[in-house]
Structures are given as C-alpha cells and as structure tokens.
Design a protein around this ligand. Structure first.
Ligand code: FAD
Length: 406
C-alpha cells in the first residue's frame, strides 16, 4: 500500500455518467479523480442518442468534433410494427447524433481531462469506510493496490453496479423488462433509406419484447441489434449469431431486405440481465449515477442521456453537500429527482409494450403529440404538470388491475 491521495470526488468509471459528473464537479471547483478499468477506446453498446443528449453535447462545445468524427446526424426514429403493417416516425427535439461509443466515450473522457479531471487506469476493488461513512476506494493499477480518499465516492461503473456488489448500495432488483437478451454486431453495406432519412434509427418489432434496432453509426457502418425473450434465446439459439439469424427470419422481413448484402465487421455479442434497479443508491459519502443504479430497456435509447443528466445533477448535489456539510438533503433531492424521471420513462416504455399500436396513435393525437415527442427526446425529468405521463400511468395501473383480477 502506498501513501494515499485525497480528492473531493472520486468517480468509478469513465462512461458518459462518470465523464459528465467529473466535468461538472470541476466546473464547481472540486478536485476529481476518475478511475477507469479499461484502456480507451473500448467497445460499448448504446449508440443512438436522444435530442436531450445532443443538447448536452453541444453545451460541452463538442458539436464540431462530433461532426468531424463522422458521427451521423440523427433525424429521428422510425418505428415499424409487426410485418411492416403499421409504422410511425418520432422526430427528434434537438439536433443529435448516432455514435460509435468507443470514439464517443473517448471524446468525453478527453473533455473531462481538459477540465482538469485526473485519470487513473485501474480496477476499483473495494471501498474504505470510517464507521458507517464511505471515505475512499482501493484500486489496483499496474499490479499494485492503492488507496485514495474521497469526500464523495461516485459509482459510475455502469452495469458492473460496483457499490451494489459491495453491499454499500442496495441489491439489484429486476425490472419489468429484464427477461430479454440483446444480440448485436456492426455491419458494412447495409441498405439505408434515402437521405435525409438514411441515418434514422429504425426500430422493428413483431410482438412484446421481440424487436430489433438498426443504427447507422458512421458513414459506412450500421449497428444491428436483435432483442428477444430469454427463454426463446435459450431454446432456439446457441450463440449471438443464431439470435441475429432468428431475428432476421422472424422479427421483420425488412431486416433481411436491408442486410441482404451486408458484411459483419467484428464480433457479435449477446447481453442479458441488463434491466434492473437498485435502492438505496445514495448514502453517507457516496452516490450512484447512470447504469450503476438503474437501467430500463434500450427501446427508446434513453441510457446515455439519462447517464449524462444524472452525472450533471449529481455534481450539483455533491457541491451542495460539501459546501453545506449536509450529507443528506442534497443527495435525497438527487435521488427523488432521478426516481421521478426514471419512473416516467419506465411507464412510457411499458405503455409502448402493452399498447404498441395505440402508442402510435398517441403520436398523432394533437393533444399529446408534443409532450410524447418531448418525453421520447429525454425530457422525462422536466415534465411537471404535463398530461401525457398521467395518462400513461393511469392506463398501466388499469392494465395491472385487470391482470391481477385475472
Ligand atoms: P458505462 O457507459 O457502462 O460506463 C461504465 C464504465 O465504468 C465503463 O467504462 C467500465 O469499464 C467502468 N468500470 C466498471 N467497473 C469498474 C471498476 N470496478 N473500476 C473501474 N472502472 C470500472 N443507450 C442509449 O443512449 N442509446 C442506445 O441506443 C442504447 N442501446 C442499448 C442497447 C442495449 C442492448 C443495452 C443493454 C443498453 C443500451 N443503451 C443505450 C444504454 C447505454 O449503453 C447505457 O445506459 C450507458 O452506457 C450508461 O452509461 P454509464 O456511464 O452509466 O455506464
């Protein structure tokens, strides 16, 4: 063990949540160390960004860099229903992009470094506690264990849910959407729609939890994802390639048409158990942001924008906690804000899966259209007094009551 260093904030993980939290903490004058286990650039799934995410990226001053990196503009999302019989288009709220996450996350990390976030490549292995308060972390770098002290330890470790695994945050509870497995890969030579719609996200679904995404992540590469229930995957597929083949055959003929001449680049992968929530996710000297405490369902591409928003909001809570020596109120406010927005998103996603065709009609309903587009653009945390969230909530509660009654 070496002599330990001390920071206001130590962040575990430099995905979008960790980088944004680091940048915002630095803007508030706090000292920040971010510890990341992987060498960047590294692969990550999560390639279609909401309008809200686009706004955050522009606020960081990264728009020119995004365009220079060749990330396609995202005009919107085309949702194509069972056997291509129904279809609706969701425009985006504000200009945004589709991204190759290895390059995008590296760009955010560089921005964080420019803001004075210190970086350490290493694997965080444990927390340091003083009585009940978390006061630092133990990480391994270059084969050696180090200690670092923090006023606040931020878990931004994504699906690794580090503080939950260490028994500091609550246990992972599965969400409604948990029984799915996603299989995905990148391809060249995919047939795209004509401009200006050639770089839309395309969502194709056949029935509940049987769906696919096509996301153009660069001028010549598209991401294809096939999401199917777990039991189906284990029955029909031995590996990610089988699942992708199953999806091409059964989810929509449109996938086969678009991928007729496509060539896969890199490996295909599958991912399960990605939908969960953790409570509590704030405590004495620590808090969780992004996937480190909750992930719902990839269908509406909320992950990166929620992770970045939570990173920004958590920085505000951290600054207030340190300045006011109040280790409860600011963290509880952050928790309540997060739970409110995540619940609205969860309701919207459940409503879509229960009533997909009706969801398409709501997109045309002049009374709700504007609010639904904003919610899909990522505004789930900023919608107090809106009608749509209550309508979706009531419909879900009614559905659950009927299910319970048999
Ligand atoms: P991450 O991006 O996962 O970053 C966590 C970082 O922590 C990683 O770099 C990891 O290496 C590091 N780390 C972990 N443990 C440790 C440790 N012990 N020590 C040090 N470092 C550690 N989102 C979208 O916005 N659009 C999409 O189209 C989309 N599609 C998706 C499809 C699927 C199938 C899934 C499962 C998710 C999708 N998402 C999508 C969600 C998105 O991937 C995540 O929500 C987002 O990456 C969360 O960001 P984060 O910063 O919280 O975590």
């Amino acid at each position: 063990m070496d002599q330990f260093k001390s920071y206001d904030v130590v962040i575990i993980g430099s995905g979008p949540a960790g980088s944004l939290c680091g940048i915002e903490c630095r803007k508030k004058g706090l000292s920040v160390l971010c510890i990341e286990k992987d060498e960047f650039p590294r692969f990550h799934i999560g390639e279609s960004l909401t309008g809200n995410a686009g706004q955050i990226i522009r606020d960081l001053g990264l728009a020119d860099e995004m365009n220079a990196a060749g990330f396609p503009d995202k005009p919107g999302v085309n949702v194509i229903g069972s056997l291509s019989k129904n279809e609706f288009f969701i425009p985006i709220l504000a200009p945004t992009w589709q991204v190759r996450r290895s390059d995008f996350d590296n760009m955010l990390k560089r921005r964080a470094l420019e803001h004075g976030v210190e970086y350490q490549q290493g694997l965080v292995k444990d927390v340091i506690k003083h009585e009940e308060k978390v006061v630092g972390a133990i990480y391994k770098a270059d084969g050696v264990e180090h200690q670092v002290r923090s006023k606040v330890l931020v878990d931004a470790s994504g699906q690794n849910t580090f503080l939950s695994r260490k028994g500091i945050a609550g246990k992972r509870e599965i969400e409604f959407f948990s029984q799915q497995i996603a299989s995905f890969a990148h391809y060249k030579n995919v047939e795209r729609d004509l401009p200006p719609f050639s770089t839309n996200t395309t969502i194709l679904y056949s029935k509940q939890y049987h769906w696919s995404w096509i996301i153009p992540i660069s001028p010549d590469t598209d991401s294809l994802g096939i999401v199917i229930p777990k039991d189906l995957y284990y029955k029909e597929c031995k590996n990610p390639d089988d699942a992708i083949e199953w999806g091409m055959e059964h989810i929509s003929p449109e996938i086969r048409r678009r991928f007729k001449n496509a060539e896969r680049v890199g490996e295909s992968q599958s991912m399960a158990d990605f939908s969960y929530r953790i409570e509590p996710f704030v405590g004495d000297g620590w808090l969780c942001i992004g996937d480190a405490h909750r992930f719902l369902d990839p269908i509406f591409s909320y992950g990166v924008s929620f992770a970045m928003k939570e990173g920004i909001k958590a920085a505000d809570a951290i600054k207030r906690a340190i300045d006011g020596n109040d280790w409860k109120t600011p963290f509880y406010e952050y928790r309540d804000w997060s739970n409110g927005g995540q619940q609205i998103a969860a309701d919207l996603i459940r409503y879509f899966w229960i009533y997909p065709i009706f969801f398409g009609y709501q997109m045309q309903n002049p009374d709700l259209r504007d609010e639904v587009i904003r919610l899909l653009g990522g505004c789930c945390f900023d919608c107090e007094g809106w009608k749509a969230p209550t309508i979706f909530r009531n419909a879900i509660e009614e559905y659950d009551r009927k299910q319970m009654a048999g």
